[in-house]
Design a protein around this ligand. Structure first.
Ligand code: ADP
Length: 198
């Protein structure tokens, strides 16, 4: 089974490419979804986060206050490192568990927005980057996904730059055209790495 690491900045079309790969038969492991699940009440990470950052990261109903956690964890690099030390091993463990439970597939796609930022290129066989110019990223994220432009810009600032991400890519999917053009590139990639009959 080939391991693909799929990444891209916000609004670059990473989820769109992941869906196209899933349609061809890849198993998708979504790192963002896993982190959201882990911090649900009763999720494995929540208790550890409360021990580390204190009960103020909880809302009154016992669920995580993302704002409080972000304020505490991103205030200084050491706090971010403490957050990562809790989350990253649990995300890796849960990814492995989901993969074991997934049906047999010719490829697994690790959908990881921060693949490059967290230096996980070596854990996969192929790094695939969904790429569009920054102005397209912003436009699609705001116009098509309804996200707040200030939030999107902030997210773009903490994510790797386009250049850094492209430098880490084995394969670049240029998603600046229409969806059919992206589909054609994804199909070509699948045919090359898995085979046209799969
Ligand atoms: P990401 O997962 O990287 O944040 P998405 O795949 O959600 O990005 O794409 C952002 C938005 O742009 C979505 O609404 C998606 O439907 C749309 N989109 C993605 N690729 C294209 C494309 N080639 N042409 C037009 N719209 C697109």
């Amino acid at each position: 089974m080939i391991r693909i690491g799929l990444t891209g900045g916000i609004g670059s079309g990473k989820s769109t490419v992941a869906t196209m790969l899933a349609e061809r038969g890849a198993v998708i492991i979504d790192a963002d979804q896993i982190s959201r699940d882990l911090v649900e009440p009763g999720g494995e990470a929540l208790a550890a986060l409360v021990t580390e950052f204190g009960p103020r990261i909880l809302q009154e109903n016992g669920s995580l206050s993302r704002g409080e956690l972000a304020a505490l964890a991103f205030s200084e690099p050491q706090a971010t490192a403490r957050l990562n030390a809790i989350m990253h091993p649990l995300i890796r463990e849960e990814s492995a568990r989901r993969l074991r439970e997934a049906p047999q597939a010719p490829a697994v796609v690790y959908d990881m927005p921060l693949l490059v930022e967290t230096g996980q290129q070596d854990l996969v066989d192929l790094v695939v980057v969904a790429d569009v110019p920054e102005e397209v990223q912003l436009d699609r994220a705001v116009r098509l996904r309804g996200l707040d432009p200030v939030d999107v810009r902030r997210r773009m600032e903490v994510q790797a730059s386009r250049e850094v991400r492209l430098a880490a890519a084995d394969v670049v999917i240029d998603n600046s055209g229409d969806l059919a053009q992206t589909q054609a590139q994804v199909s070509r990639l699948w045919d090359e790495i898995v085979g046209p009959d799969s």
